[in-house]
Design a protein around this ligand. Structure first.
Ligand code: ADP
Ligand code: ZN
Ligand code: ZN
Length: 704
């Protein structure tokens, strides 16, 4: 070592490492200059050079064995990029531990993809361009008149004003009917944070909902820098917006679940709109819940968080229920039951299908019963619109040969292929396998193969037949694939060019339709008997949300209706819906969950395995149970259920199985999972040759 050069120091860096590499923490590198934790660097990893985040100055204790001369040196430092803040690292660390993923995977996954690909030189150029963009001053604020708050909004805002005081460390659950003006509450609370020089993070469940919110926020906060963050942006846009947030230039950040990880130096408020929405949970890789991380982050950074919904998740509801009412009392509940103005929620009409005339032999029942058809016809005559909801896309879920019994199964999955009439294909919605519809039955040659059941395509066709002259529109994932297609179709509806809109859950959420006075759910029963314990909760939320699309203008609200076609008219779900009694519905559900030992009364995790054969998947899971049984025993209160095939057992020729792990105590479950990971990792390495393809833990799974 020479006299005039300081000896290089050791630093710990996290890099993106595949989950199964066994690399969970940071790697040690050498660096000439001391680097602050959170600094972005380029380091050698094997034969590649990768982006990493300095995790701590000094060596990672776990890797302390390595002798100095074996360590590699940091290659480049991203100058001009402020280190990612401590709070960011803390959030990443928590997510990594809680969701059982490696630190590097989470840390790098939540950075803009573009940033991970730049080298220091390219980064420097980007930075220059960004600095130029930022000097463009935003437009001058326009002092539009604010609406006068409703009494309930004012009350909610009063309680929010106490944030930072007594209730300051408690999350808020804003439980407001659709159309009660929740957004106005978010905006006012955002104003307070902005006035204090803070940044606001507002999250929505889906990209589709960001433009709408963006427009409202832009209108209210003209003169403020507003950026959005979601996967629909180009990589360059996403990097730019993320940097604006990280530098503290952006005042408001609107985004989908990934935005929860945005580093924000001046964070002052987090809003999670439609907090019950399943889209907040990532469904592959690191299966994190952005809603739950938002709550953690708010506590960490000591800022208020508002979870808003008309139909909160049962977890949030339970947390916000006072202890005196059997809840956890951890959240503050703000209730806004009334809609703004005089707009009542539409009257619910439960239509008993078992009383409808039976279809003739061999015929399918009509898509909408006679009374409902008459009601829709009447709306058309009055120049009003109807929304007909069916949560299944395609023409028919299956084709069938009545001669030999052939059905349009997918050769690669344990699922039917859906018939799409527009392009005459059979498509598997699980693996994507697509073929032209055969002219005749592939098994027996019979030419009379027919669709069974109904999807939105067929519903559209049948309604057009039943309502001659009516303009029928459709919105689902199939017709909105291309950029701008959804906006176009929505514009048609808003412009009154559609009389009857057929749609999936996609249209039930958030959209502010003005002339819809009738909403009908034509086949909602399937959710009542689903094996998934959250199916009822989700269905109730969807129906209530759909009902909220009707009568949003006071002058039509008086005669708005929500129709439900069902064979189970007395089912408690529909009864609660008729009264818009979410609290009653939630109470029913909580009682069932408590008896069954399900969330929120217990914590769940799912261990999933994918393999070439079902036997191999199950064998791995059985071995996994055996290998950690002693850990479960020692901790106590952990139940390991036997492995079972997943609801769709085979997808793209891969067999899947899972086992449920349950505990009444979250910390016990966490400790168990953390201890088990290493054991399972080793077991999986040993099982490589037995046909095991992948395995993963899903903490707080949405579906079981
Ligand atoms: P939510 O998000 O609860 O469904 P919104 O915030 O979209 O409800 O509000 C419904 C409608 O009522 C919107 O058009 C909004 O502009 C309007 N609105 C909200 N608050 C007020 C108010 N205090 N006075 C008048 N109109 C309001
Ligand atoms: Zn046949
Ligand atoms: Zn398939």
């Amino acid at each position: 070592m020479s006299e005039n050069r300081p000896s290089p120091s050791r630093i710990a860096v996290v890099v993106e490492a595949p989950q199964h590499s066994g690399l969970w923490g940071a790697l040690d590198y050498l660096c000439e200059q001391p680097l602050a934790p959170g600094t972005l660097v380029r380091v050698p990893l094997g034969r590649r050079v990768v982006t990493g985040v300095v995790w701590q100055a000094g060596a990672d204790s776990a890797a302390g064995e390595v002798v100095e001369q074996d360590l590699k040196a940091v290659i480049e430092v991203f100058d001009g990029l402020p280190p990612l803040p401590d709070a960011w690292r803390q959030l990443v660390k928590f997510a990594s531990a809680y969701y059982q993923r490696s630190l590097g995977e989470i840390a790098l996954m939540v950075l803009p993809p573009e940033l991970r690909q730049l080298d220091a030189l390219q980064w420097g150029r980007r930075l220059k361009r960004l600095n130029k963009a930022v000097t463009d001053a935003p437009s001058v604020p326009d002092e539009g008149a604010l609406p006068v708050l409703t009494e309930q909004q004012a009350q909610a805002l009063d309680q929010l004003a106490s944030a930072g005081g007594q209730a300051g460390d408690k999350p808020f659950l804003l439980w407001g009917s659709t159309g009660s003006g929740k957004t106005e509450v978010y905006l006012r609370q955002a104003q307070r944070a902005l006035d204090e020089g803070r940044q606001v993070l507002m999250m929505v469940p889906e990209i589709n909902l960001t433009p709408q919110l963006e427009a409202r926020v832009a209108e209210r906060f003209a003169g403020r820098r507003i950026v959005s963050l979601h996967s629909g942006l180009t990589p360059a846009q996403r990097l730019r917006n993320w940097l604006m947030a990280h530098y503290g230039h952006a005042d408001l950040i609107l985004g989908t679940r990934l935005s929860v990880f945005t580093p924000l130096p001046r964070l002052g408020l987090i809003v999670v709109d439609e907090e019950h929405d399943p889209s907040y949970k990532q469904q592959d890789g690191a299966r994190y819940s952005a809603r739950d991380l938002a709550v953690y982050r708010a506590r960490l950074e000591k800022v208020p968080v508002i979870l808003g919904s008309a139909t909160p998740s049962l977890e949030s509801w339970y947390n916000a229920l006072p202890e005196a009412e059997g809840g956890a009392g951890r959240y503050v509940r703000l209730a806004m039951p009334a809609r703004v103005g005089d707009g009542d929620m539409p009257r619910v009409r439960v239509l008993d299908l078992s009383r409808a005339p039976k279809p003739m032999r061999g015929q399918e029942p009509p898509p909408v019963a006679r009374e409902l058809l008459a009601a829709i016809t009447q709306r058309i005559e009055q120049g009003e619109q109807s929304l007909v909801l069916l949560n299944r896309r395609g023409y028919a879920p299956v084709l069938h040969c009545s001669d030999c019994g052939w059905k349009s199964g997918c050769p690669h999955c344990s699922a039917w292929r859906v018939f799409h009439k527009v392009d005459r294909t059979l498509r598997c919605h699980h693996c994507g396998f697509t073929e032209r519809v055969p002219r005749a039955c592939p098994d027996c040659g019979n030419t009379d193969i027919h669709p069974v059941g109904r999807g939105t395509e067929r519903l559209e066709e049948q309604l057009a037949e039943a309502l001659p002259g009516a303009r029928i529109g459709r919105i689902d994932a199939d017709v909105t694939k291309h950029k701008g297609a959804l906006e176009e179709r929505l514009a048609d509806v808003h412009a009154g060019e559609v009389d009857v809109l057929v749609g999936t859950q996609m249209v039930a959420k958030g959209h502010d339709f003005r002339r819809i006075t009738l909403v009908a759910a034509v086949n909602p029963d399937s959710a009542l008997f689903a094996s998934d314990f959250r199916a009822a909760e989700r269905q109730f939320a969807l129906l209530l949300q759909a009902a909220g699309r009707a009568g949003r203008d006071a002058d039509v609200a008086g005669h708005s209706e929500m129709w439900v076609q069902t064979y189970h008219p007395t089912h408690p779900l529909y009864q609660a819906l008729s009264r818009y009694d979410y609290a009653d519905f939630a109470a029913q559900q909580l009682k069932e969950r408590e008896m069954a030992g399900l969330p929120p009364y217990a914590s769940l995790a799912m261990l999933r395995a994918e393999a070439k054969t079902q036997e191999a998947a199950v064998a791995f899971l059985n071995a996994a149970i055996e290998a950690v049984a002693h850990l479960a025993e020692a901790l106590g209160g952990i139940t390991l259920y036997p492995p079972v095939p997943t609801p769709v057992q085979r997808v793209a020729n891969v067999e899947r199985a899972q086992l449920m792990i349950e505990s009444p105590l979250r910390p016990a479950l966490q400790r168990f999972l953390t201890q088990s990971q290493a054991v399972w990792l080793e077991l999986a390495q040993k099982n490589r040759r037995s046909g095991l393809i992948r395995w993963a833990v899903d903490v707080d799974p949405l579906a079981i």
